[in-house]
Write a protein that binds this ligand. Structure first.
Ligand code: AMP
Length: 285
């Protein structure tokens, strides 16, 4: 596996691969990798492309009181994992390499970034979209892989690519969960064993909401109320949001007639976890 922290070196490497006729696949991550990230690698490898995985904890997407300083980091461990998984190149730039001078240019995707995590984390998606746009220009991938764990992020990146005519296929990858249902996340290591147990309420309440929908419940408000009640009754998690929204454009839904995403953000102590489930006919993005 090739490995670099420098944009110029990465570009040279990729120009060579392209001249050999290889397509390029990009997997942007913030590192501290787990099986969820490795599922993205597996899907990327299936394209036959030269697979680049980036690790960059992007300061631009963290709010002033968020966990940028504490975000878990272990690039050496990550490098072993991705090499074993068959990644062709690991790109792990420093902040200085990505932001040599303070940024004055930003990319924003309107509407989609005003709800859910966008409403709760002002500026977050502007930071995400700007860094992903930079990575897209640096790598110029044919394919880019994103997990549906960050459902809103996936929709936003897909929309940016469409609006800006970027010649990139944005590929969603289903959520990878622990055996007991907890969605894998780099932040799970911050949970105490008690919080880890309580965090099961995310997937359990999503499953319960799906069960109600399958039993004929079509009111988005009723499902939201049931989610809130179950989370508050059965855990000490503090709900950031628990919402049912249109799966394509995240618009408000009253009666569930087309695919919806049930999206949750819940805090356990200082650890904020997100999870979601898409339900409805052809429950896919
Ligand atoms: P992160 O390192 O948390 O920024 O995530 C990098 C990529 O991995 C994003 O596209 C995430 O959606 C994806 N990802 C993270 N956790 C999971 C998971 N449990 N299942 C599927 N994809 C995931």
């Amino acid at each position: 596996m090739k490995r670099t922290s420098y944009i110029s070196e990465l570009r040279e490497m990729l120009a060579l691969e392209r001249s050999r006729g290889r397509k390029i696949a990009l997997i942007p991550t913030m590192g501290y990798l787990h099986q969820g990230h490795l599922a993205l690698v597996e899907r990327a490898k299936q394209t036959g492309a030269f697979v680049v995985l980036s690790i960059f904890i992007n300061p631009l997407q963290f709010g002033p009181n968020e966990d940028y300083a504490n975000y878990p980091r272990d690039v050496e461990r990550d490098a072993h994992l991705v090499e074993a998984a068959g990644v062709d190149a690991l790109f792990h730039p420093t902040s200085e390499e990505m932001y040599p001078s303070p940024m004055v240019t930003f990319v924003e995707v309107g509407q989609l970034d005003t709800v859910l995590c966008g409403a709760k984390r002002p500026g977050h998606f502007r930071g995400v979209v700007t860094v992903v746009c930079k990575l897209f220009h640096i790598v110029q991938p044919d394919f880019a892989f994103f997990g549906q764990k960050d459902y809103q992020q996936f929709l936003i990146i897909q929309r940016m690519v469409r609006d800006l005519n970027l010649p990139i296929e944005v590929c969603p990858v289903p959520i990878v969960r622990e055996h007991d249902g907890l969605a894998l996340s780099s932040r799970n290591i911050f949970l105490t064993s008690e919080q880890r147990q309580q965090a099961l309420i995310l997937s359990q309440s999503l499953n319960e909401a799906e069960r109600l929908w399958r039993a004929g419940e079509r009111s988005a408000r009723v499902l939201e109320r049931r989610l809130r009640e179950q989370i508050t009754r059965e855990s000490q998690g503090v709900i950031d949001y628990a919402e049912v929204r249109n799966a394509q454009d995240l618009s408000e839904v009253t009666n569930i007639e087309s695919p919806v995403v049930i999206a949750l953000a819940v805090r356990f102590g200082s650890t904020r976890l997100i999870d979601n489930k898409v339900i409805g006919v052809e429950a896919r993005v």
